[in-house]
Design a binder for this molecule. Structure first.
Ligand SMILES: Nc1ncnc2c1ncn2[C@@H]1O[C@H](COP(=O)(O)OP(=O)(O)OP(=O)(O)O)[C@@H](O)[C@H]1O
Ligand SMILES: [Mg+2]
Length: 351
């Protein structure tokens, strides 16, 4: 015979179970409850979406099916060690593993662990997040950092090294031959100024947001100063008009110029290069033109990234880009021109 108090308790119990289930389902991470036999007792919606398995496919099976086969044995040993001395491990405490998706691909995951006792047995609750995006962002930062380190080495260390060599010999040289001394002093000045300009750009690149704090024309002036340090190519900067650009447009245009100038320095064998920036009311036009050897843009194979990245950057900000190049001999018939046109206030439209 049922006593009224029992009914109330049963309803309360069912409600609390419903609440538990709803909570587990709604959690923004994958939750797996794993028994002391290593088998999955519960998987929530988050686990289904990370690993691609319906929960009916994983409940009752060893948790190692969610791990690439090469790592399973190690995981089993870790699991045994964890059960022997269970201690909660919050997310962010550095437990990063590879997870195995149902379709066979692996992905980096982060796992936090907690312990619960149920019916006298230990259960492990694993909280899992897919950290693919975070890992990619970390790699991008590392790549960027090594690029800056390389630039710093190429651009600044070498200049300062040459400058210090000149400074070493200069006093004796001057005594012997004042004219030559003055010439070397001029060289020393060019080297240190160039190194300073390079430093200025690298510092702008290092500080988040700095590339958009100054007008594009000023950034280009730093680039122009710095490039006189890298190459003996004469650089002419012509600016017409002014105005403020949206940050992504400014950065996109700046990077395109940087890459175009890199190409001039590396491939063009040019005597001169001109950067033109024209900011009118309806558009921004930017051009890097050299008088070097030229090339055939149609026959650049896919292993080269620079031109492709320039095009992608232009597309990303809704600008049109043209790469013109001629390798003919004689005056007027040579050189490369990279021209970008961004339609003001109509990003994404035709330029
Ligand atoms: N201004 C230029 N003058 C002469 N040749 C050029 C010029 N710009 C590009 N090229 C030619 O086009 C090719 C492709 O350039 P791209 O920038 O795409 O790749 P890359 O400079 O070779 O390598 P990276 O991927 O490091 O940029 C170069 O290898 C070069 O032959
Ligand atoms: Mg290049």
């Amino acid at each position: 015979m049922s006593v009224p108090g029992d009914d109330v308790r049963e309803v309360a119990l069912r409600e609390s179970e419903d609440r538990f289930r709803a909570l587990v389902e709604a959690a923004p991470v994958a939750i797996l409850i794993v028994g002391d036999d290593g088998r999955i007792a519960l998987a929530n919606a988050g686990a289904e979406s990370i690993f691609g398995h319906a929960r009916s496919e994983v409940v009752g099976r060893p948790v190692e099916i969610l791990i690439p086969s090469a790592a399973r044995a190690v995981h089993e040993r870790h699991r045994a060690a964890f059960l022997a001395a269970p201690r909660a491990r919050p997310m962010g405490s550095g437990m990063e593993l590879e997870g195995l998706h149902r379709d066979g691909r692996t992905m980096p995951i982060e796992v936090g662990l907690s312990i619960a006792q149920a019916q006298g047995r230990t259960q492990v609750i694993a909280f899992v997040t897919d950290i693919t995006a975070r890992k990619e962002a970390e790699h991008a930062v590392l790549d960027e950092r090594s690029r800056l380190a390389r630039d710093l080495h190429d651009a600044v260390t070498q200049s300062l090294f040459s400058a210090s060599l000149i400074a070493d010999v200069l006093p004796r040289l001057w005594e012997r031959d004042a004219a030559e001394g003055r010439r070397r002093l001029e060289e020393l000045r060019t080297l240190t100024r160039g190194a300073l300009a390079e430093m200025r750009i690298l510092l702008l690149e290092l500080r988040p947001g700095a590339l958009t704090e100054v007008p594009l024309a000023e950034l280009l002036r730093h680039v122009a100063d710095a490039s006189t340090n890298r190459t003996p190519i004469g650089l002419d900067l012509r600016v017409d008009g002014d105005g403020t650009l949206p940050p992504d447009v400014q950065i996109g245009l700046f990077r395109i110029v940087q890459e175009a100038l890199n190409n001039v320095a590396r491939h063009a064998n040019a005597r001169g290069v001109t950067i033109r920036l024209e900011q009118g009311s309806g558009h921004v036009a930017l051009e890097v033109a050299d008088d070097g050897v030229g090339f055939d843009p149609a026959s650049v194979d896919a292993s080269h990234l620079g031109l492709r990245i320039m095009r992608e950057r232009a597309e990303a900000i809704g600008a049109a880009i043209v790469v013109d190049s001629r390798c003919g001999d004689g005056a007027g018939g040579r050189g490369t021109r990279v021209a970008v046109r961004w339609p003001v206030g109509d990003a994404g439209g035709d330029a």
